[in-house]
Write a protein that binds this ligand. Structure first.
Ligand code: BGC
Length: 551
């Protein structure tokens, strides 16, 4: 694969890429304000290089009051001053490109924040004005419009409607928000909104950004025809409608938006790429991942799959079949900033209700840290051997665990704050990374981190694992490097094993992967061992272990 300015010139680089998700506020803090920043990312380019990544995806770093961890964007074409400047962005991009790592940014097109200038303009303008028509404003029901216009629920709050008076509006209208009230939904039937997002995509693509992760990609278009439909009249739970005709999600028209985006992406050389976050019925995922639309779509099947051979095999088979339908490539992922840390999921006894456990600050049941991390590494190395693209969430390469006991007064997630404290939320997977074994803030930066780091973090730090061959970090490094060398046609063949809980597959070039999920040791097949996530014992594979070998 030839390289120009550090980047491969292969137009299909994204099909089998290893992409690392950076949650910028929790990655590395260069200026000591307790919040990770872009200079922090630049300062860690050598670390990222050591992982043999093809790309990084940065969660939002735009100006935001953080009502939802940055997914409430005030200005799509700027950097939050607490995280740096556009110059810092350019510097980071150049440094990453220089070592062969491409960059994805997160586009949040379903909603802005309430502090976006256009929303401020909308609140200050009269009902029916062009300013209001960029969002979804409606009169309320009831004699005096005192009831929300419909029964639409919000993901973070009981109702998807908030009265304008909350933000000082002097009229009597309500506006729609699928997420928090600080995240008003755009009116995607308005061409001005469409044009503005094209300008945003162009802005970043012109700066040299290689790809885009599209937040809640299925939600942009709503059925806004009058009278607005009530959800109670629907026979199914959205977004499980298979016809693309629901009220709020996964409507067929949204694909037209992405066709326009695709034309823009393809006007660049190399074409810009995209991955959709679309929580839709699996049969509809290929529509978002086609060559005419976004090209790739997250497949979240593994995130909640039980760590056993049957569910893993099922996920792989289904996902590969789906990707074939539209010439896309699969995306594997075990974690992200919205999920409990994968290692913790595996370290908790399967009967434990994870949400309740988290709500109780992790005190109701112990976590087996060691087993959890072992299984997490084994699962990651399993997915890294599959054809397709792999997304790795920052810290998962360290085998890090969920921080379950964030004190109530430090919780930031609207899932907790807005949902009557019924769910603890996602902060436990967003705690600033430990870079050093000890010392102030475990090397994250000089300022007190925006979420508290626990005592035990140091043993999962980069420093503690660096150079230790059996550590998660070194296993990841080895796997990612080998994966690059071994990459071949996007196919697999399953091989029979003599035990139910062992899966074995190979790639066309003789690259084999075998995972012993549970149970006793399993005899190692003949071949040259390339990598093992735990040492073999008397030539046998221990449980919770993945081995790569050449047959
Ligand atoms: C993001 C979440 C965010 C939500 C609203 C999701 O898909 O990953 O972190 O809360 O979109 O923007």
């Amino acid at each position: 694969m030839s390289l120009s300015h550090g980047l491969s010139t292969d137009k299909n680089w994204w099909r089998q890429a290893a992409i690392y998700q950076i949650y910028p506020r929790s990655f590395a803090d260069a200026d000591g304000n307790g919040i990770g920043d872009l200079k922090g990312v630049t300062s860690r380019v050598d670390y990222l290089k050591s992982l043999s990544l093809d790309a990084v995806w940065l969660s939002p770093f735009y100006p935001s009051a953080l009502a939802d961890g940055g997914y409430d964007v005030d200005d799509y074409r700027n950097v939050d001053p607490k995280l740096g400047t556009l110059d810092d962005f350019d510097e980071m991009l150049a440094a990453l490109h220089n070592v062969g790592i491409r960059v994805f940014v997160d586009i949040v097109p379903n909603h802005s924040s309430n502090l976006h200038q256009w929303f401020k303009d909308a609140i200050a303008s009269a009902p029916g004005s062009a300013e209001r028509n960029r969002y979804i404003f409606r009169d309320g029901r009831g004699a005096n419009g005192e009831l929300p216009p419909t029964d639409w629920p919000s993901h973070f709050a009981p109702s998807a409607w908030t009265h304008e008076s909350v933000w000082g509006g002097e009229g009597n209208q309500w506006y729609m928000h699928w997420f928090a009230p600080e995240q008003p939904d755009w009116n995607w039937d308005n061409p001005e909104v469409e044009a503005d997002f094209l300008a945003t995509l162009k802005f970043w693509a012109d700066r040299g950004v290689d790809g885009f992760r599209i937040d809640v990609a299925h939600a942009l278009k709503k059925d806004l025809s009058e009278p607005l439909r009530m959800r109670a009249t629907m026979e199914y739970e959205e977004p499980r409608d298979l016809n693309g005709t629901g009220i709020l999600m996964d409507r067929n028209e949204v694909l037209e938006v992405y066709k326009t985006w695709r034309t823009l992406f393809n006007s660049y050389d190399p074409p810009r790429v995209a991955v959709a976050e679309a929580n839709v019925h699996p049969s509809r995922l290929p529509l978002y991942a086609s060559e005419e639309t976004l090209g790739q779509c997250f497949d979240f099947r593994f995130i909640d799959a039980t760590f056993d051979s049957a569910s893993f095999k099922h996920c792989v088979t289904d996902s590969l079949e789906m990707a074939k339908k539209n010439n896309s490539s699969t995306t594997w992922t075990l974690g992200n900033h919205d999920q409990m840390r994968y290692a913790t999921k595996q370290g908790l006894h399967p009967v434990v209700d994870r949400d309740e456990w988290l709500l109780g600050n992790g005190t109701s049941h112990p976590v087996d840290f060691e087993i959890g991390t072992q299984c997490s590494v084994a699962a990651n190395v399993f997915i890294l051997a599959l054809p397709g693209c792999t997304y790795i969430y920052q810290g998962d390469e360290l085998g890090i665990h969920e921080v379950a006991d964030i004190p109530e007064d430090q919780i930031q997630d609207p899932i907790y704050l807005r949902n009557h404290k019924k769910a603890k939320g996602r902060d436990g997977a967003r705690v600033p990374l430990p870079w050093t074994r000890a010392g102030e803030n475990f090397g994250f930066g000089d300022g007190s981190p925006h979420l508290p780091q626990p005592e035990w973090f140091g043993s999962y730090s980069v420093e503690a694992e660096d150079g230790v061959p059996e550590s998660p970090l070194e296993i990841f490094r080895k796997a990612l490097k080998l994966r690059r060398e071994l990459q071949c046609a996007e196919e697999i063949t399953w091989h029979k094993t003599s035990r139910e809980n062992v899966l074995h597959f190979s790639r066309p070039n003789g690259w084999n992967c075998i995972t012993n999920f549970k149970g006793g040791r399993y005899p190692m097949p003949k071949g040259e061992v390339l990598l093992t996530t735990q040492p073999l014992v008397d030539g046998k594979i221990p449980s919770g272990t993945t081995v790569w070998f050449k047959a």
